[in-house]
Design a protein around this ligand. Sequence first.
Ligand code: TK8
Length: 351
Amino acid sequence: MKKFLALFLTVFMVFALAACGGGNEGANEGENNEGEGTADTGEVKTIRAGIGLNDAHPQYKGLLRFKEIVEEKSNGQIVVETYHSGQLGDDRTMTEALQLGTQEVVIPSTAPLANFVPEFSVFDFPFLFPSEEVADEVLDGEVGQKFLGMLEPQNLVGLAYWENGFRQVSNSKKAVATAADFKGLKLRTMENDLHLEAFRALGANPTPMAFTELFTAMQQGTVDGQENPFATIYLSKFYEVQDHVSNTNHIYSPFVFLMSKSFFDGLNDEQKQIVQDAATEAGQYQRELNREANAQYLADLQEAGMTYTEITPEAHAEMKALVQPVIDKYAERIGQETVQEVYDAIEAASK
Ligand code: TK8
């Protein structure tokens, strides 16, 4: 009997220890998941996503698509709060909030982003991209992805490129048909030194300003004009305070879908894939929306009373020549090799 009892106790201890060991592994897995995120422990993660444009703009419709995909694919493990119209600040302050960990997503233009990673100024070289399609191929290809990698040391993860679009000059003073017409115009630019120097080279009197302050500045006459895609000029109701618009097409402006790196690193592998795929898919949708209505926005601006001036190829060529020294200066500053990679990618995409 004693032998049986001893055998039973031995067998029982073996199974009991095995069960405990599994529990530890489970705990370890939990720790691993903790390190990689908390999906398995059921804790819901919240993404606070802010943009500067209002809820009528394709950028916000794209952000809502991102929210829809992420919340569905994560079964509600990740919740996305969306804030438009600069509710959380302007591009620069929201990007700083990602670095501080007080916000998780912002989708700024590349121009203000160049204050964090100077190399991004290359995408704001005047007359760089010949078309949206070439821009897509370069930005979504090897070169564009290499630039996104430059964001990580700034505690930023670039998940995808979205589209702001080709920028056009508007103002409340006069028709802009040639470079000479820029003379004396007080133009708001984004907070980017290259933009400032390019518009000085065209003869304007540029002022850097956050997008959130722009409408009031035009309304009060602090600035005469600004430059943004037709979509933004129309959907932000700039026609209420601007009389003239020209198709300068002087810069194709990308948006960059940014996530705080500390937040991204806290996701598990499955969640990382979900936010990556959602940013890419929503970006394709946003680009389509942005392009579908672009021609219509110009018609709408004229309908709203703005005078449209067509820039001739000769006038465009003159503007390009005037800004070339600025481009040369920034190409030197960024690094000729890096800039040449972009030029080569554009040439390959243009064939
Ligand atoms: C909105 C900005 C805006 C940009 C600008 O957050 O500042 O003029 O073109 O669209 O990113």
